[in-house]
Design a protein around this ligand. Structure first.
Ligand code: PMV
Length: 319
């Protein structure tokens, strides 16, 4: 069996995180500059059934049989074996690396699972078609987070901007022009499972008020998707800001995110909000090309450990 490598991108939720878990629309784009990479090669001269995993960023250098039941990599491998109906496990080495910060709102768990599943299924001679890969990645996310909406695995598998709805699936959207975003780290790690369950508890205690906020987030997503496809910078910025206020009402922001978001807006960003699970993790800011340096400098000055620049390419752009 020849060595095989594969990778998967990070993602950014522009609008609608958390509300999407309750059936509202959300808008997500691939964050292609940051990736998880997996390589699988045969492990010659070793008895069948052994898989050695090396993943520096995850602190793993061991055989899969010694991983706990809830380990993401172990689950990703098992899901592929079961999907392909393979009982005799081939002896191999899996090398995994990731540039995507973990527990920081950028879809690291979905990207790691997708990279592993892509490489392992191809190594076994049966590369998974996108629909099956997406279904397995959703199962992996369910094992990790409990009640995922499915938006992370979908945007990671298809690597396209999508408007996503839990019950109806997704639609690829086509921005008419290029959009620039800065993405900054609040420096705080927060597991998505925790923020999702926190909101679920609040919702159960206060269904009317929380339900109304969640509904309003869905409406903002619709407005933001229209703005994105029509090239309406001011309207997308306003939707991002309004979404942030609603996420704050749901207690999903935190002082560190608030400081950075205010700094980005004051330096000229068209809009800024947290992205992903919240209570920490990353924020995104919509910027015009001429504001990038200024907003980046303001974010760093306000304490962001990292600031990335990413471009969502429009249908009429040449690059
Ligand atoms: O924190 P991340 O990157 O896993 O994003 C989670 C997005 C949520 O809407 C909060 C949860 C979900 O399953 O959609």
């Amino acid at each position: 069996m020849p060595a095989v490598s594969a990778n998967a991108c990070a993602k950014l939720i522009l609008l609608g995180e958390h509300a999407v878990v309750y059936g509202e629309l959300a808008l997500a784009i691939p964050f292609s500059a940051l990736r998880a990479r997996a390589a699988v090669e045969a492990w010659i001269g070793v008895p069948a059934g052994r898989i050695h995993i090396f993943a520096r960023e995850l602190d793993l250098d061991q055989e899969w049989s010694s991983l706990p039941d809830n380990n993401l990599i172990r689950n990703a491998l098992l899901l592929v074996l079961s999907e392909l109906g393979i009982e005799r496990i081939p002896t191999c080495k899996l090398n995994l690396s990731t540039e995507i910060p973990i527990a920081a709102g950028l879809g690291a768990s979905a990207a790691l699972a997708v990279a592993v599943m892509r490489a392992f299924s191809a190594f076994l001679g049966h590369p998974l078609a996108p629909e099956r890969l997406n279904a397995l990645a959703f199962e992996s996310e369910t094992l990790m987070h409990g009640t995922p909406s499915g938006i992370d695995n979908t945007v990671v598998v298809y690597e396209q901007p999508i408007l996503f709805e839990k019950l109806r699936g997704f639609e690829v959207i086509n921005p008419c022009s290029d959009w620039h975003f800065l993405v900054a780290d609040s420096g705080i790690k927060k597991a998505t499972a925790l923020t999702v369950s926190q909101l679920a508890q609040d919702y159960a205690r206060n269904p009317l008020e929380i339900g109304a906020v969640i509904h309003d987030i869905g409406q903002l997503t619709l407005e933001g998707a229209r703005a994105l496809t029509q090239g309406d910078y001011a309207a997308l910025g306003a939707a991002l800001n309004a979404n942030q206020e609603l996420l704050s009402l749901l207690n999903l922001s935190c002082p560190e995110l608030d400081t950075l978001i205010m700094a980005a807006r004051a330096a000229g960003a068209g809009g800024a909000k947290l992205t992903g699970g919240g209570m920490g993790g990353h924020l995104l800011a919509l910027v015009r090309p001429e504001n990038i340096d200024q907003v980046r400098a303001a974010l760093l000055e306000a304490g962001a450990p990292h600031v990335y620049h990413t471009v969502l390419k429009g249908a009429h752009s040449d690059g």
